[in-house]
Design a protein around this ligand. Structure first.
Ligand SMILES: Nc1ncnc2c1ncn2[C@@H]1O[C@H](COP(=O)(O)OP(=O)(O)OP(=O)(O)O)[C@@H](O)[C@H]1O
Ligand SMILES: [Mg+2]
Length: 196
């Protein structure tokens, strides 16, 4: 079920030193309702994706829920969305955000994941420039995670600050967003083994 409420965004442009509203754009803001979950703050609204914090009601576990933004996603969007679940669901690695379930949600899916209190490195570094003392432990964690993934024959293919989370307090780092990741075939295993 989805509740819709009107959202009006007014943008201002500076004309002759006079700040006047020049563009009025009306869109639809959405309140998300997913059975079995209490939905909290929205943590991300991208062009394709919405991400919320929430609580799984059966055990009060804090979770993060990712959705496709469009009411009628294309087949390729759905396939990519499923891909991140398929690739990560059996991964038991502290460096990868745990995937709990893939729920049906309207004409699409909702991906339910671990909430370890992380924010993206993009957000983390935009607030404060990263110090060298911070940089090395973060870099070391990232290469260790990538090495572990490589041994599971998984290539993430979209490593960037927005897809790396960090907990501000513990400084623990975890990867997210396996939408375009690949799982190499068994025949490539030898190649992986030979390179290490
Ligand atoms: N488990 C999580 N914990 C905390 N924040 C998260 C989590 N998962 C996603 N996010 C936040 O949501 C953002 C978008 O998530 P993700 O990278 O999975 O989406 P996306 O597929 O790249 O979306 P788009 O293509 O619309 O940008 C992340 O950069 C991060 O800020
Ligand atoms: Mg991403």
């Amino acid at each position: 079920m989805i509740c819709q409420e009107k959202l009006v965004i007014v943008s201002y442009t500076q004309q002759s030193g006079n700040n006047k509203p020049t563009t009025i754009y009306s869109g639809i803001g959405m309140t998300m309702i997913l059975s079995g979950y209490q939905i909290g703050e929205q943590v991300y609204a991208g062009t394709r994706t919405l991400v919320y914090r929430g609580v799984r009601q059966q055990d009060q576990k804090p979770v993060v829920i990712k959705l496709l933004r469009r009411d009628y996603p294309s087949v390729s969007e759905l396939v990519q969305f499923r891909n991140q679940y398929t690739i990560t669901k059996n991964l038991d690695n502290e460096g990868i955000v745990r995937t709990y379930s893939l729920e049906n949600y309207q004409n699409s899916y909702a991906l339910v994941m671990e909430d370890f209190g992380g924010i993206s490195l993009k957000e983390y570094t935009s607030a404060t420039p990263i110090s060298l003392a911070d940089f090395f432990p973060i870099a070391l964690q990232i290469v260790t995670i990538l090495n572990d993934l490589y041994h599971h024959r998984i290539i993430h293919k979209d490593i960037k600050p927005a897809n790396i989370l960090i907990n501000r307090t513990t400084k623990q780092v975890k990867l997210i967003d396996f939408s375009i990741a690949s799982l190499l075939q068994e025949k490539h295993k030898l190649l992986v083994a030979l390179t290490f």
